[in-house]
Ligand binder design. Structure first.
Ligand code: HEC
Ligand code: HEC
Length: 466
């Protein structure tokens, strides 16, 4: 019972501290059992009535304090709001998307879809060699090397982007192999009568920006793929109306398959519009495997003459690998939500009143989809997938419409599945990650800084429950 109500986590609260002996006895089990029934009844009343009421009162004070008129960005008469699932397309027939286990498929797939999930998972785990087209320069030989723990997640592998930022203009230094660095190479290959040695790329001297990019987990992204572009455009408009100081904007990118301009939503800069396109892009840029939408091999550090020694110059993948890994990612379920505790329920209110939900949008809704498991579903990523100016936290790299300071709001579901946070992994705790928010995130950061210890603990308990 104590876990169900989150009492164990709330020992820092003054009210709960007063009852601490009760709780400790209960957790120990023995002392609790020896007590007469009257005491057990009293304990029940404290847990179910006194603590909830006292904490609700606290929430009220906290909410009022956080949106008080002393905060210029949140005048009392224009309270911030978060777009609701209803506004984003949920109707009476919308149902909730569910996963199975972390790393498992979406719930409710039929046998054919499960077979596609498994075949896609096998492809995602396949280790490519030089004969399959790996390299000449690459970052790793398999998707799972970086997206693992469990398969589809993240090992925390950090890769490097570089460029030249001068007078506000970003140059990706493509002539030197930018902006993504390939930090491995296939080494020695046969070249005519002799050999040629491919070496890993290095950051060129011309670069004045060097940014780390952590591998992101892929759980639940099939749902994000299934959200119509117009929903993100609408969400940007609603944010501009409800919470202008923190409003985001969509990245706008080209979908290679159709030639259509789309809303980007994948990657730290929302630089890719679909899982399919990201799979092709990753196959080329992470592994050096050319494929129909990405047919040009990367020139090592920009020197295309070196491609003369490419051991497998023909198209490396006919599109089959791209399709299969897309299947895996599309059908990969969202992280299962942990049970909510009393503390985390309180934390959710703190989350909203600190303005976190302005960008970390709780609920999104998919459009009609050929796959019933993805069609008209509401899901809870805690992200708007839009770009926000994060001030000094930005990584200095521009991609698509995303400027150097702009970053995509990171989804907060499954937060406990990894141990480093933010785009370059600089934060080792959730607390550090929040305190690093700058630019449009600065208001939330200072609200967090002003919170009492109990509210902060509740907020973190909530984040860990997602
Ligand atoms: C060397 C490590 C590495 C390998 C190998 C790798 N990835 Fe990634 N992946 C990353 C990193 C780093 C990011 C974040 C990229 C960015 O936005 O700059 C990422 C992001 C992604 C995303 C975007 C997810 C999101 O949060 O929006 C998808 C999809 C993806 N990878 C799929 C794949 C697939 C499919 C493969 C295999 C073909 C693959 N990756 C191989 C490191 C890797
Ligand atoms: C203005 C929009 C905005 C607001 C408001 C905001 N965030 Fe964020 N948040 C972001 C963006 C963008 C990132 C990614 C930044 C980066 O990595 O460079 C992020 C990253 C995070 C991360 C790191 C996640 C990870 O896996 O790396 C956490 C945790 C987080 N935010 C929590 C919060 C909390 C809690 C609040 C409220 C106190 C909040 N955020 C308010 C936009 C926002």
């Amino acid at each position: 019972m104590s876990t169900a109500f989150g009492i164990r986590e709330s020992v820092s609260s003054p009210q709960v501290n007063a009852r601490r002996p009760l709780q400790v006895n209960h957790e120990g089990g023995v002392a609790g059992a020896a007590r007469p029934p009257r005491h057990r009844f009293a304990r029940l009343i404290v847990r179910r009535v006194v603590i909830p009421l006292a904490s609700l009162a606290l929430v009220g004070c906290e909410t009022q304090r956080m949106t008080s008129a002393t905060d210029p960005a949140a005048p009392k008469d224009t309270p911030e709001r978060t777009a609701s699932a209803g506004e984003l397309g949920a109707t009476a027939s919308t149902t909730r998307a569910t996963g199975t286990t972390l790393g498992g498929p979406l719930a409710g797939l039929d046998a054919g879809q499960l077979a596609r999930f498994e075949a896609g998972r096998a492809e995602f785990m396949e280790v490519d060699g030089v004969r399959e087209g790996l390299g000449p320069v690459f970052n790793d030989a398999s998707c799972v090397t970086c997206h693992n723990a469990p398969v589809g997640g993240t090992t925390g592998r950090v890769e490097t982007r570089f460029g030249l930022l001068a007078g506000g203009q970003f140059d990706a230094l493509e002539r030197f192999g930018g902006s993504l660095l390939q930090d491995r190479a296939v080494g020695e290959v046969a070249a005519g009568a002799g050999t040629f040695t491919y070496v890993p790329e290095v950051v060129p001297i011309a670069a004045n920006v060097r940014a780390g990019r952590v591998t992101t987990p892929l759980f639940g992204l099939g749902l994000v793929d299934a959200v119509p572009d117009r929903t993100f455009q609408l969400l940007a408009r609603l944010e501009a109306f409800y919470s202008p100081a923190t409003a985001g904007r969509p990245n706008v990118v080209s979908e290679i398959r159709t030639g259509v301009t789309r809303v980007g939503r994948f990657g730290w800069k929302a630089q890719e519009p679909t899982l399919h396109q990201f799979a092709g892009e990753a196959l080329l840029n992470e592994m050096g495997v050319t494929n129909p939408e990405f047919p040009e091999e990367n020139c090592p550090n920009g020197d295309c003459s070196k491609l003369a020694f490419n051991p497998v110059p023909a198209m490396n993948d006919d599109g089959t690998s791209v399709e299969r890994s897309t299947d895996f990612m599309t059908l990969l379920g969202p992280p299962p939500r942990k049970g909510s505790s009393y503390l985390s329920v309180y934390g959710e209110l703190v989350f909203a009143s600190a303005g976190c939900a302005n960008c970390h949008t709780p609920a999104l809704v998919t459009g009609p989809n050929g796959n019933p498991a993805l069609s008209n579903k509401v899901f809870f990523p805690y992200s708007d997938f839009l770009l926000h100016d994060m001030g000094a936290l930005g990584d200095g790299i521009a991609q698509g419409r995303a400027g150097p300071n702009e970053m995509r709001t990171t989804p907060l579901w499954g937060l406990t599945a990894h141990s480093t946070f933010l785009h370059d992994g600089r934060a080792k705790s959730i607390d550090e990650a929040i305190r690093a928010h700058g630019g449009q995130g600065a208001i939330s950061r200072s609200r967090y800084g002003r919170m009492d210890f109990f509210s902060r603990a509740a907020l973190q308990a909530f984040l860990r429950s997602l």
